[in-house]
Write a protein that binds this ligand. Structure first.
Ligand code: CP
Length: 311
């Protein structure tokens, strides 16, 4: 049986095109399970998973927990706000104490870039990165690409623009890696202050005019402005950002072709997109969320298969 080339999912950068194809093929099977009246399979009955969230989350945390429960895994949840991390315990000590309770796999969101990779090198458990600072958010990129494939038939050859706060976005970086591995053309668009200086090393197109970017693309992924990661002002006001980089229905309707609109959530309605765009038939935002459960089931299942083979 085919297996992943990696022992952990710390980033899309480490995955091969074949790994992504295997995850999508496995997710297709789980998506059909999720559409049945009994949405549960016994695949991870002997596996215990700890969800460690050191940063806020709604979609990713609930999506992982549902994916784990649909696979019949035992699940424990940890949030930094109510843990002994507040008393000065290190990340490695915290995780090793959790692993001593016979946990097999750790899903972690952490504010520090590289935290998931660091953990994968220092503890005896499979690690899944649920977002590490402004670095990577691999399962978000996988579910985004999976949703494009579902909507447009294929990712290869498609033109995807990622709009907004590229500098502070782990979704942007993981999406760039994932879409390029699958043969899409990628553009970023946003204020000059929110496009990182290293962008040219990533082989993506850069556009500062939203109309030109949207006329070019098949798919627009509209990112949230990450005010919580900004220590200085990167633009004069949210109102000015919206005037230049926000998408409303009139703008969407004025384009020469019908594009697909995506958003990783959480949405700031009226800032990056208006409600009538978010709720329009061109938006696949809730499809992304739905697909997230199947994609995360696939990732967990494939890593758990490796654990079972190692035992
Ligand atoms: N898309 C995403 O990561 O959302 P959460 O922060 O709610 O998990």
């Amino acid at each position: 049986m085919a297996s992943l080339s990696v022992d952990h999912l710390v980033g899309i950068k480490e995955l091969s095109k074949e790994d992504i194809a295997l995850i999508f093929q496995t997710a297709d099977n789980f998506k059909s399970v999720l559409n049945r009246s009994i949405k549960k399979v016994p695949s991870l009955r002997d596996i215990t998973i700890a969800n460690l969230f050191f940063e806020n989350s709604t979609r990713t945390r609930l999506s992982f927990e549902l994916a784990e429960k649909r696979l019949s895994a035992d699940v424990v949840n940890f949030s930094a706000a109510s843990s002994s991390v507040k008393k000065g315990e290190t990340l490695i000590d915290t995780v090793n104490n959790i692993l001593a309770m016979k946990v097999d796999l750790v899903v972690m969101r952490h504010p520090n870039p590289g935290a998931a990779k660091f953990l994968s090198e220092h503890v005896d458990s499979k690690i899944v990165n649920a977002g590490d600072g402004a670095h990577e958010h691999p399962t978000q990129a996988l579910l985004d690409a999976y949703s494009i494939r579902e909507k447009l038939g294929d990712v290869s050859g498609k033109k995807v623009v990622i709009v907004g706060d590229i500098s502070h976005s782990r979704v942007a970086l993981s999406n760039i890696f994932c879409l390029q591995k699958l043969g899409a053309e990628v553009m970023v668009c946003g204020p000059t202050t929110l496009i990182p200086k290293y962008i040219h090393e990533l082989d993506v197109k850069v556009e500062y005019d939203l109309r030109k970017a949207l006329e070019w693309c098949d798919v627009a992924n509209m990112l949230r402005i990450q005010l919580e990661r900004m220590d200085v002002n990167y633009f004069p006001s949210l109102r000015e950002y919206t005037m230049l980089f926000g998408l409303d229905k009139e703008f969407l309707n004025s384009l020469s072709k019908k594009i697909v609109v995506m958003h990783p959530g959480p949405i700031n309605r009226g800032v990056e997109i208006t409600s009538d765009v978010a709720d329009s038939d061109q938006a696949i935002i809730l499809d992304q969320v739905e697909n997230g459960v199947a994609v995360r089931m696939a990732v967990l299942y494939l890593l758990a298969e490796k654990i079972k083979r190692e035992d």
